[in-house]
Design a protein around this ligand. Structure first.
Ligand code: AMP
Length: 386
């Protein structure tokens, strides 16, 4: 688009593909900006509907539902990258969909994502496309230790197997080999830290990054983020430079998360892209002048991006199904910095993201020690963030 687009007027209806917690938080931020929302989600009473969005309960590829969304909304966005790219392309022809389907095609497929990052000369882990068990044996010889991943469909560590001994090769291959999806072997990266950057870009070409978050995962699910990440300034700056390069390279409109590994020498290796608000950016709700959710709405409604350089130090803790019962019993013992965000999901399951807590704190170490005493999260995990 060459002409400078007009901002969407307050009161306009915004459509979202997906009605989970990310959509819920987009809705909450967008309501404060006077926008209205319609979400498409197959599960009745999805978290976004609980926050007041109108819901179309249908599958993501349901043409009738997509037509209603296109005819009713001024702009449509998606809250996660595993929506059907064909459905998004179809929708793109009918309604303003600033993120576009191209970014989905790249981020839905690890091989395409890696090829894109290589074109931008952004460092990634060495990898090989795997079609046969022999390919995997060769990759193992070359990499010594590797992670086998499905090229499509994986999230929160699903569709991944670590291969650290040659005897594991046949099982790992059989586990992931599937006629429907390609598989990729990635060299295991002996990282010191995992970090992420949320970057936003709008149609005017304005780009802004949030501070770098330091993240800790357990069983591939994010448990805790500490902000700012404990990095030397040059490395933190480099992480933001990479984020901006990716945003420009993708012609991003909206927010995007770039997850990276930090090696012992400070080198950064990009792991994954998520073209939407991200769990590791939840701290922005309470620690920054603009949240990642508000920023995404600003970007897709052609508003100027909000400030991201006025952020305070913070800790974000995920509340998974296994944490919720004890947390609810200990609410009165939470430190006064605690900001509780629960998504209202009906069913509590181990590993399911039920909510999160943000803590804006000048002294994250003292805060983490007080959280260890609560006994809700594993002490060994919190200690690793001290
Ligand atoms: P992903 O789904 O690719 O984000 O991977 C989930 C988690 O697995 C990451 O957050 C890392 O903790 C770990 N992981 C993924 N790829 C690698 C790799 N190449 N080397 C080491 N750890 C990895």
């Amino acid at each position: 688009m060459n002409s400078v687009p007009e901002p969407l007027q307050p009161g306009a209806l915004i459509g979202i593909l997906g009605g989970g917690q990310l959509a819920q938080m987009l809705v909450l931020a967008g309501h404060a900006m006077s926008f209205r929302f319609m979400v498409l989600d197959p599960n009745p009473n999805c978290p976004a509907a609980l926050a007041g969005a109108e819901q179309i309960t249908a599958n993501y590829d349901d043409r009738h539902a997509l037509t209603v969304l296109a005819d009713s909304c001024k702009v449509v966005t998606f809250e996660f990258e595993n929506v059907d790219a064909h459905a998004v392309a179809w929708l793109e022809e009918r309604v303003d969909l600033p993120q576009g389907s191209q970014i989905l095609r790249i981020s839905q497929n690890r091989l395409k994502e890696k090829a894109f990052l290589e074109r931008l000369k952004i460092p990634i882990a060495p990898y090989k496309k795997i079609s046969t068990v022999n390919h995997l044996s060769q990759a193992f010889e070359q990499f010594d230790k590797l992670i086998l991943k499905t090229a499509t469909g994986g999230y929160d560590g699903k569709g991944q197997v670590l291969v650290s001994g040659s005897e594991q090769i046949p099982h790992a291959f059989n586990e992931l080999h599937d006629a429907d999806t390609e598989i990729v072997a990635e060299q295991y990266v002996p990282f010191e830290k995992e970090v992420s950057v949320i970057v936003a870009r709008n149609r005017l070409g304005e780009v802004r990054c949030f501070p770098v978050a330091e993240n800790l995962h357990q069983k591939n699910i994010l448990i805790i983020s500490r902000i700012p990440a404990r990095l030397i300034p040059a490395v933190a700056e480099q992480a933001q430079i990479i984020a901006k390069q990716v945003a420009e390279g993708l012609d991003l409109k909206g927010v995007l998360c770039i997850e990276m590994f930090v090696l012992a020498d400070g080198e950064l290796v990009v792991n994954e892209l998520a073209p939407r608000p991200h769990n590791s950016g939840h701290f922005t709700q309470n620690a920054c002048a603009t949240s990642q959710f508000e920023q995404h709405i600003r970007a897709i409604t052609n508003l100027p991006l909000g400030l991201t350089d006025t952020c305070q130090s913070a800790v974000m803790l995920n509340i998974l199904g296994q944490h919720l019962p004890l947390l609810l019993k200990k609410l009165k013992h939470l430190p006064p910095e605690a900001k509780l965000h629960l998504y209202g999901k009906q069913e509590t399951r181990t590993g399911r993201k039920m909510g999160h807590l943000n803590f804006v704190s000048e002294s994250p170490d003292t805060l983490l020690k007080s959280l260890i005493k609560l006994g809700i999260w594993e002490e060994s995990l919190l200690t690793r963030m001290l």
